[in-house]
Design a protein around this ligand. Structure first.
Ligand code: ACO
Length: 338
């Protein structure tokens, strides 16, 4: 799938942020009947950051975007496209254009994209189409979510899992011979939609005789944890192998396995199935929990800034979650040739 001729894609900057307030497992055990031992051994999560009542998706997404733009050296005014992958928009009409305005990205077009925890990978593939077609040069891709808004804080099976955060990358058109997006595959299966939902529930409201509208709200996150676990450990290795095949690469050539940070046990099981050693698996969920569309760019940005991920490293990234949706992208970090 890599472009030997034509237009390629480079990944030239990353950024991330989380809200200020952390809630550790000990504190969570005062809210629901759970323990640090249960949460850590079942999920690997030790704490998560929560956006307060005044917090906005716009604010954390803009901050992550500014950090990514700074690393990339691309001025906001040079952006052509901003994609905000999120399931928790401040405004159902979309938050991306507010971020565009805050950044001063005057010539960019901006829109939201929703694919739950797969949103960042789906966004990367979407951005790639615009770049490869020659339509846009500089794209800002943000993954950001405030799932704490939609968690049932009385349900110990779900409330221990999630945290809030934002991450971003800047993607730029380059020579086809230097293409850094080596291969991808994205999938969905709505027949299993009920495994993981944040669903609108209508309350009927009669307007006049015979005319009723629904005016309700979203119900908290509901999840069948075991089904989602089974889905993830089956579908994620498959989709990574498919994307690697398209990239003409093998698992031995992967420098970093970068999965959606849902659960350490999922990361371990997927790495084992692919035969990728633990030291190549990027994991930061102990500190952040599952931040949905933000989790991949948040973990990527941390690894880049720590100097672990270096220019030219081959990254196998995979998102998976509600929809159900899943996907993988094989890409090389950075501007310079390996
Ligand atoms: N603290 C203490 N006990 C708990 C907790 C908790 N936080 N949560 C559940 N339990 C109890 C249950 O009530 C149950 O008790 P019971 O047997 O007396 O009824 C027992 O622990 C086992 O419950 P299970 O739901 O079977 O727990 P399981 O071992 O499957 O672990 C988990 C739950 C961690 C969610 C697991 O199913 C999992 O990893 N699923 C993957 C899904 C996932 O990671 N989702 C994240 C969001 S989706 C996404 O991003 C893709």
């Amino acid at each position: 799938m890599s472009q030997q001729s034509g237009i390629g894609i480079a990944f030239i900057g990353s950024g991330s942020t989380v809200p200020e307030v952390a809630l550790d497992n000990q504190a969570l055990s005062q809210i629901v009947e759970t323990s640090d031992e249960w949460i850590t051994s079942r999920t690997g999560i030790r704490q998560r950051y929560l956006s307060g009542a005044d917090g906005s998706l716009r604010a954390i997404a803009t901050q992550a975007a500014q950090n990514a733009l700074e690393m990339s050296g691309v001025p906001a005014a040079e952006l052509d496209l901003i994609i905000l992958a999120t399931s928790t928009s401040d405004d159902l009409f979309g938050t991306a254009s507010q971020i565009q305005s805050d950044l001063g990205a005057v010539k960019a077009v901006a829109f939201d994209l929703t694919a739950a925890c797969s949103g960042f990978v789906f966004g990367m593939v979407t951005a790639a189409q615009f770049i490869r077609a020659g339509t846009y040069q500089n794209v800002l891709l943000i993954g950001a979510d405030i799932l704490s808004r939609w968690v049932d804080w009385t349900d110990r099976r779900t409330c221990v899992l999630f945290g809030d955060g934002a991450g971003a990358v800047v993607m730029q058109a380059c020579e086809g011979a230097s293409d850094r997006l080596l291969g991808f595959e994205i999938r969905s299966d709505g027949s299993q939609n009920d495994c993981l939902t944040l669903a609108y529930q209508a309350e009927p409201r009669a307007l006049i005789n015979g005319v009723t509208v629904g005016q309700g709200t979203y119900q908290p996150i509901a999840m069948n944890g075991q089904e989602v676990y089974r889905f993830a450990i089956k579908r994620v290795p498959e989709v990574i192998e498919k994307a690697l095949h398209r990239a003409h690469r093998t698992t031995d050539q992967v420098d970093w396995l970068l999965l959606h940070q849902a659960n350490q046990r999922i990361l371990d099981a997927v790495a084992q199935r692919l035969g990728i050693p633990n030291e190549k698996v990027i994991s930061n969920m102990a500190n952040y929990g599952n931040t949905s569309a933000a989790s991949i760019p948040l973990a990527l940005d941390e690894a880049v800034r720590q100097g672990r991920v270096q220019a030219g490293d081959v990254i196998a990234a995979s998102g998976f979650g509600a929809g159900l949706t899943w996907g993988a992208a094989i890409f090389q970090w950075g501007k310079s040739a390996p």
